[in-house]
Ligand binder design. Structure first.
Ligand code: PGA
Length: 253
C-alpha cells in the first residue's frame, strides 16, 4: 500500500504570497522523494494559487459542506473544491469537532458527499484524554458513525487518520507522545470496526494513518513500529525543511 503524508496548514499562513512560497519550498524539498503520496492542505482562499505551483504533491482541503449548492452562507461544496483542483478533503478534525461544534452526524454527511463526489476523504478520529489502557471505545464509535450508510464500493477513497487529541501539537507537552504501541492498537481497533461493518478485505484496503506531533525524528517509527500507512502533519508542515525531512525519511521506510 502506498504511504501518504498530508500537511494540514490549518489557518496558516496569513497571505496567499506566503502560501505560494511555502508550497514552492515544500515542492523543492520533496522533489526527490519516491513511492509515496504527498498532499498539501492550505486554507480555502489559497487553494487555487497553491494548486498552480504543485507538481509533486496533490491539493487537499481542510473541510467541506455536504450540500451541493444553495443558501448555506460560508459553506463550500464538493464541486467547488473539485473545481479549485482539490483531490483530498480532511473531515472531522478534532479542532473542528471541538472549536466549531462539528458532530458525528455532520462528519458522516461530509464523508458521504466527498466519497460520492469521487474525492478522497480523510476521516479524523481520536480520543480527547490520554488513557493508559485500551484505545477508548469511542474511537471505534467515531469510525462506525462516520461510515453509517456508506456504500462498500466507495471505501477505496477513504483514509482514516488516528489523531489522539492529547498528542496534537505537544512535542514536549505534559501528556507526552503517543507510543508506537498505542498507534498499532488504534490501527487494529479501527480495522476491526471497518471489518465488522464491511469485511476483512475492505478493512485492509483503507489507509490508516497517524497524526499528532509528527516530526522528522518520529516518522520512521510511526511506520515501522506503529504500522501506520501515513501521517497527517500539522505544525511541522509549515516548515518546508522539516516537512521535506519527514517526507524523505518516510520514503526511505
Ligand atoms: P501537529 O498537528 O502535527 O501540530 O500536532 C496535527 C494535526 O492537528 O493534524
Amino acid at each position: 500500500m502506498k504511504k501518504i503524508i498530508i500537511a494540514n496548514w490549518k489557518m496558516n499562513p496569513d497571505t496567499s504570497a506566503r502560501a505560494v512560497a511555502l508550497a514552492r519550498e515544500c515542492e523543492q524539498e520533496i522533489a526527490s522523494a519516491k513511492g509515496l503520496d504527498v498532499v498539501l492542505a492550505p486554507p480555502y482562499p489559497f487553494l487555487r494559487e497553491v494548486a498552480s505551483v504543485l507538481t509533486v504533491s496533490s491539493l487537499g482541503a481542510q473541510d467541506v459542506f455536504w450540500e451541493e449548492s444553495g443558501a448555506y452562507t460560508g459553506e463550500v461544496s464538493v464541486r467547488q473544491l473539485k473545481d479549485a483542483g482539490v483531490e483530498y478533503v480532511i473531515i472531522g478534525h478534532s479542532e473542528r469537532r471541538i472549536v466549531s461544534g462539528e458532530t458525528d452526524d455532520m462528519v458522516r454527511k461530509k464523508i458521504q458527499a466527498v466519497l460520492e463526489g469521487s474525492m478522497t476523504a480523510i476521516l479524523c478520529v481520536g480520543e480527547r484524554e490520554r488513557s493508559g489502557g485500551e484505545i477508548p471505545a469511542f474511537v471505534g464509535a467515531q469510525v462506525r458513525s462516520a461510515l453509517g450508510g456508506i456504500k462498500k464500493t466507495l471505501l477505496k477513497n477513504l483514509i482514516i487518520a488516528y489523531e489522539p487529541v492529547w498528542a496534537i501539537s505537544t512535542t514536549s507537552g505534559a501528556n507526552g507522545s503517543c507510543t508506537p504501541d498505542m498507534m498499532f492498537r488504534a490501527r487494529l481497533a479501527i480495522e476491526k470496526v471497518v471489518a465488522d461493518i464491511y469485511d476483512q478485505q475492505i478493512a485492509k484496503t483503507v489507509r490508516i494513518i497517524y497524526g499528532g506531533s509528527v516530526s522528522p525524528e518520529n516518522i520512521a517509527t510511526i511506520f515501522s513500529a506503529g504500522h501506520m500507512d501515513g501521517a497527517l502533519v500539522g505544525s511541522a508542515g509549515l516548515n518546508a525543511e522539516k516537512f521535506g525531512m519527514i517526507v524523505r525519511n518516510a520514503s526511505g521506510v
